[in-house]
Design a protein around this ligand. Structure first.
Ligand code: PRP
Length: 196
């Protein structure tokens, strides 16, 4: 019986691995690793110029911001503090739903600080807008926003990011921290989902 279940789990994982690989094989490369690096370095230069003297508090939005943040931090050679926000409204889906607030920093760590929210993508803009509103309510002195990718949705957004790495077309994109059905956050380049 135990063998049957282990065998079953392995088959499920094999199927999932196969589907996940197929997703990448059918995807379109939008920005290569070299192009992503160049965009990151430009964006880091802008943040250094504007915020280098302000001892800001950096707040990545987990989990999509993990690659962007990990690549960006070593380029910010000035004093800063670090904490994180964890909120999700897509989960493994391709369309956003209700917010699932999983973590916000303690209000006493926000009050009076210049905060910089980091995220992988600004799509409809609801996530960044809601986070910024909360941080200002918590007493942040200012709230700057930086996203690696800004999606050109062609629709009005409740917020525009102050710092943008790349503009992506109005398609579902993944890589560089952005997931496709939970997978492929680990890619150093940015892809658009192919036909399903
Ligand atoms: O601009 P919006 O339309 O609000 O979408 C952008 C948000 O969606 C994704 O998060 P998601 O909810 O998928 O959680 P994740 O970080 O776990 O991927 C992404 O990381 C942004 O936080």
């Amino acid at each position: 019986m135990r063998f049957y279940f282990l065998h079953r789990i392995k088959m499920d994982i094999d199927t999932k691995r196969h589907h996940t690989q197929a997703m990448l094989d059918q995807a379109e490369l939008l920005f290569s690793e070299t192009e992503c690096r160049a965009a990151l370095e430009r964006l880091a230069g802008e943040i250094c110029a504007d915020l280098g003297g302000k001892y800001p508090l950096l707040l990545p939005v987990m989990g999509g911001a993990v690659v962007f943040t990990g690549q960006l931090l070593p380029l910010l050679r000035f004093p800063l503090d670090f904490d994180y926000v964890h909120v999700s409204r897509y989960g493994d889906k391709l369309e956003g739903g209700n917010f699932n607030w999983l973590r916000m920093p303690e209000p006493q760590n926000i009050a009076g600080r210049h905060v910089v929210v980091l995220d992988d993508i600004l799509d409809e803009g609801h996530t960044m807008s809601a986070i910024k509103e909360k941080l200002l309510e918590m007493g942040a002195a200012s709230c700057a926003t930086a996203v690696f990718a800004n999606k050109l949705t062609g629709k009005p957004k409740p917020i525009q990011a102050d710092y943008v790495g790349i503009d992506v077309p109005n398609r579902y994109v993944f890589g560089y921290g952005m997931d496709a059905a939970g997978a492929w956050r680990n890619l150093g380049a940015v892809y658009a989902l192919g036909p399903t």
